[in-house]
Design a binder for this molecule. Structure first.
Ligand SMILES: CC(C)(COP(=O)(O)OP(=O)(O)OC[C@H]1O[C@@H](n2cnc3c(N)ncnc32)[C@H](O)[C@@H]1OP(=O)(O)O)[C@@H](O)C(=O)NCCC(=O)NCCS
Length: 187
């Protein structure tokens, strides 16, 4: 199985057809609408603060600090977004992800992070490092699927390292078993 990191259509048993694609500079408005639809709790878990200037955040998400960015779309609306930011180490990326509240708990966050890992690997990323609130159990569960270990404990949050390269086979098996990549959309 190969994943096309530019555009892939996947069938999800509960949500139906979803598109996962690379954004273009014309997607700023779509991404801002997505952020504005997230609950304050989701915003806080994602950004560790509340957003004052949405335009600035969207520019950062779609800008040059980002090594990989994937939008998840359903019916022409963005329902999820995941990015990997550059760090001082070329092989290490800092991942971030958010799924609209109404779509959470259906496996979409895990799917999007797994696709992010595959697409990050293709551009040279071998490990992820992420700050995650301890109370954010879904995010910690997802990290645990990527051979994670705790690097630092800050009390209310953790710095977690994930082995992208070592997890790829398991990720591929999971996607193959649980989702259908629709014909014509393979790399
Ligand atoms: C974190 C987030 C991306 C997870 O996406 P999701 O679609 O809700 O999660 P999934 O349905 O893919 O579930 C991922 C795992 O968490 C578990 N899980 C889901 N909701 C849970 C909950 N409320 N409590 C405990 N575990 C939960 C799932 O069972 C799954 O684990 P499993 O694979 O072992 O079964 C999503 O909740 C979100 O956008 N939160 C706000 C932003 C954020 O916190 N981003 C992460 C920090 S950058």
């Amino acid at each position: 199985m190969q994943v096309n990191c530019t555009r892939t259509v996947i069938r999800h048993d509960k949500v139906g057809e979803i598109i996962i694609r690379k954004p273009s500079p014309y997607d700023k408005k779509l991404v801002e609408e997505f952020l504005r639809r997230l609950s304050q709790e989701s915003i806080y878990h994602r950004f560790f603060k509340l957003i004052k200037d949405y335009g600035e955040i969207v520019d950062k998400m779609l800008g040059e600090d980002t090594k990989v960015c994937l939008l998840m779309e359903k019916d022409s609306k963005v329902i999820g977004c995941a990015e990997v930011y550059k760090t001082i180490w070329p092989e290490v990326g800092e991942p971030a992800v958010a799924i609209l509240d109404d779509y959470q708990g259906k496996g979409l966050g895990k799917l999007l992070v797994f696709l992010l890992a595959i697409c990050s690997y293709k551009v040279g990323i071998r490990r992820f490092r992420a700050y995650i609130f301890k109370e954010n159990l879904p995010a910690i569960r997802i990290a645990s699927k990527l051979s994670s270990k705790i690097i630092e404990d800050y009390g209310d949050s953790l710095l977690i390292e994930m082995e992208v390269e070592r997890s790829l086979d398991d990720i591929m098996d999971y996607i193959r078993l649980h989702f259908e990549i629709l014909p014509g959309e393979r790399a």
